[in-house]
Design a protein around this ligand. Sequence first.
Ligand code: G6P
Ligand code: ZN
Length: 559
Amino acid sequence: MSTIVTVNTNPYEGQKPGTSGLRKKVKVFLQENYTENFIQSILDANKDVIVGSTLVVGGDGRYLVKEVVDKIIKISAGNGVARLLVGQNGILSTPAVSHIIRKYKTLGGIVLTASHNPGGINNDFGIKFNCSNGGPAPDGTTNEIYKLSTAIKQYKIVPDIKCDIDTIGVQRFMVGDNEFVVEIIDSVKDYVEYMKEIFDFPKIKALLQGSEQREPFKILIDAMNGVTGPYVRRIFVQELGAAERCARRAEPLPDFGGAHPDPNLTYAADLVAAVRAGDYDFGAAFDGDGDRNMIIGRGAFFVTPSDSLALLASQLQHIPYFQRTGVRGFARSMPTAAAVDRVAADLGKEMFQVPTGWKYFGNLMDAGRLSLCGEESFGTGSDHVREKDGLWAALAWLSVLAATGQSVEGLLVAHWRKYGRNYFTRYDYEECPSDPCNEMMQELEKKITEPGFVGSKHSSGDKTYVVAEADNFSYMDPVDRSVAMKQGLRIVFEDGSRIVFRLSGTGSSGATVRLYIDSYEDKDVLGDAQMKLKPLIELALELSQLQKYTGRDAPTVIT
Ligand code: G6P
Ligand code: ZN
């Protein structure tokens, strides 16, 4: 029998979850009791329901995941949790956690990831709490966790529990008079079974294998040494019959092999080059924890996440899941280009625009008003779980490709011809000094909310734009009526073009400025986005005085 030990501790400053959980450098989490404090604060935020509860625990395989899983086991035991479902070796993708919480109706889950941020001892770690709906905790809960972390005095732990997390099976412990159960589960099984219900696997398999009439459809899938490796192997190789070599970087590594596990044109440049040079019809990459995706076609034809969302919205009828559930509304985050809005209008579906952060979609899904949503930050997903889901997005695309027999580029060009095209780009200025960035945002907000700014004319290149609307975006959740303020500066012009500025909420040091540009063309749909958007980019840089405040004359990443 093991006993609970109460340990005295002192609060740490700054344990405030950002857009997606608490993210800091590994060395911050290694400080004495830092991690223990935060875990205890999560459990305390659930104190009325924690005793006797079940939680899911898993992470993306990055440095520190296993150690922190061990701490969660011991602290959960100390707080009366009855049962933990833990991914084998501590591995669970973020969408898999969401599914497992929902499938087994648990109180929630703890996800150990810093998503697409680099891993390893000198890089990032993160802890995120998801609620019983499978989604990231809403602001009310994360604020409560933070508040508790600022006043914590003790945590409760059962130090002598020894749990082997590498072997599938049930382990039972006695804590005082109560049984505490840790079940080590297959990291991929539940998730893969679910994907087989959602999609028509035999149909996708037939596409990949080809027939007498049709060449095999060749794919290249890059797991970026993140958590999706085992999922990619099981789904694409074992279930769908793709060759082993179609799965790149399919081994989860604690430092992601030194790479930045973010699926975009900059950080997944290897995949882009391989697809461009090789004989491939389709390429996809996923981030560290498996919720983000990038889709490219033959010749590395790039699908922007905003277009990916719109295209899928127009083609959901090919996916068995939606044939069963029907299609409810669509949603996107505010900075995401408005391409999907046109599909929603065409199909007569409800359309929502929420702040950046997947947590804002959850209530709409729970209320049965939202089927498909996405973000410009390479997130796409549906109400099958309450996280965005990279593998799901790739399977959704393959379903559409199988059903239509078209190429990625062919599908998208036809889409643009029908709906027009929202040219989109995002400029990121990473790890800038915080104070000048905050000042820049304050000054810009002042400027764009001054009387007279709406209606003002701005010329750039050979274009003149008239401001139709300008604000700091705020959102009232239509379901619970909670309000999120100051979610990004937005300048909307009369022709529907938009300039948006935000400070990232996911960085672990300094400030990252994001500039988003969206401009609609109804006929001229085959142009180059960077060329098309140049006048708006220049206007944005001038209005914000970005160079003066950040000292940067070029972005770190362009997508
Ligand atoms: C995470 C969240 C997303 C969000 C993204 C961008 O991936 O899950 O929902 O869009 O971060 O956040 P940031 O605040 O860095 O722009
Ligand atoms: Zn992620």
